[in-house]
Design a protein around this ligand. Structure first.
Ligand code: MRU
Length: 318
């Protein structure tokens, strides 16, 4: 888990330091949390929502409702793509309006509990899609680090392994920031689940040369028509999966579904610093485009799984 709230207060595991060191940072303000979210010390769609809620809960007794509302608005804008952040902040705003600042700690606790429960439930829903004995591919980090539970896509893989399935995980390194190479590999090693790391550009040839039973990815936002925004590279992976006849599944909690967003074209895509792409090969004069996410059209997704069930492509509402 990438976050702890106990008698010592709120602490986050700095994900920029993994796997080289495990450094916990005490967080005492929502302003500090915004910085941590923006530099990806705290990351992953579900986790940033929970972290935002807990950081404002700590300030409930310090500020007026007007000031708390301003702080919640700033937290809501910390990153634009993962709708879980807006989902959690909006729950806190409703609690504040309904019962005042005293209601915030309880609401944050509930958001924490809900996230952990959704992880467990969606893993059970995704279980029939996992091979009994076989290999899967995944991108980015969708495990315990990205949530306060077992994770989304990686949580489903872990759940199946704990039920006795024999699964080998091919992990895409996930350029430019290496969430796959640094974080997913670290989690799989800790869990004792066998894995192989590949660069993003090896995905097509891997699908061609090895038997891959399915691709499992998470999501940062699911539009009403089933289009999915997720880490940059997901769209390409879905296209490759289609070409090779490999099922492509998205596992995400209901907090990632945005009923106000009609389709993928309406999802705001975060663009990050050019330095992230330049490092380590290109100089500071090199022109760069660095979208942190892409959008996979619903037509490329075999099944969309949440804690509420499994929607297969072609079924009503997809
Ligand atoms: O930029 P990040 O590392 O926060 O991006 C995270 C992802 O894209 C994950 O795949 C997504 O949040 C789904 S899962 C937990």
């Amino acid at each position: 888990m990438g976050l702890v709230q106990d008698s010592r207060g709120l602490r986050i595991l700095d994900q920029t330091k993994i796997p080289h060191s495990e450094e916990w940072i005490s967080v005492s303000s929502s302003t500090e949390m915004i910085g941590l979210i923006q530099r990806l010390a705290v990351r992953g769609a579900p986790l940033i929502g929970v972290a935002a809620a807990l950081s404002i809960a700590q300030e409930a007794h310090l500020f007026s409702p007007v000031e708390l509302r301003t702080r919640l608005r700033l937290l809501r804008e910390a990153r634009p793509t993962a709708v879980n952040l807006m989902w959690a902040v909006d729950r806190m705003l409703v609690a504040l309006d309904r019962a005042g600042p005293a209601a915030l700690p309880l609401e944050a606790e509930q958001i924490f509990t809900d996230d952990a429960k959704m992880c467990e439930a969606m893993a059970a829903m995704a279980y029939p899609l996992l091979p009994k004995n076989g290999s899967v591919m995944t991108i980015c980090n969708t495990g315990g680090l990205a949530t306060v539970g077992i994770g989304t896509a990686l949580g489903a893989i872990r759940y199946a392994v704990e039920k006795g399935n024999s699964i080998h995980v091919y992990v895409l390194e996930t350029r430019p920031l290496g969430q796959g190479a640094r974080l997913t590999v670290w989690e799989l090693a800790n869990l004792g689940i066998p894995y192989t790391l590949v660069t993003d550009s090896m995905a097509a040839f891997l699908m061609c040369r090895k038997k891959i039973h399915g691709v499992f990815a998470g999501a940062d936002r699911v539009a009403r028509n089933g289009d999915v925004a997720n880490k940059i590279g997901t769209y390409g992976l879905a296209l490759l999966a289609k070409h090779h006849g490999i099922p492509f599944h998205i596992v995400a909690p209901s907090s990632t579904f945005d009923s106000e967003c009609a389709n993928g074209g309406a999802i705001p895509i975060e663009e990050r610093s050019p330095e992230e792409v330049r490092f380590p090969f290109a100089g500071s004069e090199v022109q760069v485009w660095n979208p942190a996410f892409d959008v996979t059209p619903a037509s490329l997704i075999t099944a969309l799984v949440s804690e509420n069930g499994l929607r297969e492509n072609g079924s009503a509402g997809f």
